[in-house]
Design a protein around this ligand. Sequence first.
Ligand code: C2E
Ligand code: MG
Ligand code: MG
Ligand code: MG
Length: 268
Amino acid sequence: MATVIESEIVQGLRNGEFILYYQPKASLVTNRIVGAEALARWRRPDALEVPPGVFIPLAERSSLIRQLTLQLLDRLLEDVAGNGLGQGLSVSLNVSARDLEDATLTRTILHALAHRRLATTVLELEITETQALQGGERMLSNVQALAEAGIGLAMDDYGIGYSTMDTLSQWPFTTIKLDQGIVGRMLNSPKNATIVRSSIRLGHELGLSVVAEGVESPEQHDFLVESGCRVAQGYLISRPLPFNEFDVFRHNIGKCHGMPIGLVYMAI
Ligand code: C2E
Ligand code: MG
Ligand code: MG
Ligand code: MG
């Protein structure tokens, strides 16, 4: 893969090359789409595919992530407001520690939601535990302000951090997202199955939503249903989609209520 340099990100920000794809989240109780995770994509003029796993860490090492997150937030709210997505669906945006080191993002979010007449509950922020632990007190107080305003907070990649219990008790999380690696391994051994089952129970007993990420097979889907998990995200339901395709997808799937989700997707 070609090396990406900071100046290319600067250029990309200036030219609006960063866009969002939306990966549906499905209720395992109703089989309906209950939301989406917004994932950054870089639409470069040279068509080179540079994944977020490459450009996000690079942007995090400079201050460019802050500008990128603000641009993506704006795109997300435009998509949500322009399409009545706010009604009943919640959309999550991934954020990094640097985004929350001061109150800029917090203020921008609250202002932008009010300006677009959107309820704060349409937005959820996803943050990994590693990012949360980098942030310190300032970050926690910014996150608390967002939580008090009704914005959801998801702990991303749950299960691969190291002091999860402490972070879970100190931070105002409303959701945990079971890491896709853990979900991918849960059917390989009774130990992994137990870890997933107890994580789901722990989340629910703490009053949190639990979302399983990286759900790829009907067997994983069934195991999650049996384990009481209520929301799933992964290729079985859908890959991340451009906004227009996501919008078509969520409407079509709504009509196929009751059918196994993966089959519905393949039938469209
Ligand atoms: P994440 O937030 O944990 O996002 C989930 C990743 O898993 C996404 O990769 C998604 O495409 C992929 N995925 C979803 N379902 C499946 C599945 O069934 N199987 C497999 N194997 N993979 C699946 P993506 O889009 O490449 O994003 C990678 C990471 O980059 C994200 O992990 C997130 O940490 C970061 N990222 C993406 N967009 C943003 C953003 O806008 N801001 C920030 N700060 N980070 C972002
Ligand atoms: Mg995420
Ligand atoms: Mg994740
Ligand atoms: Mg991840």
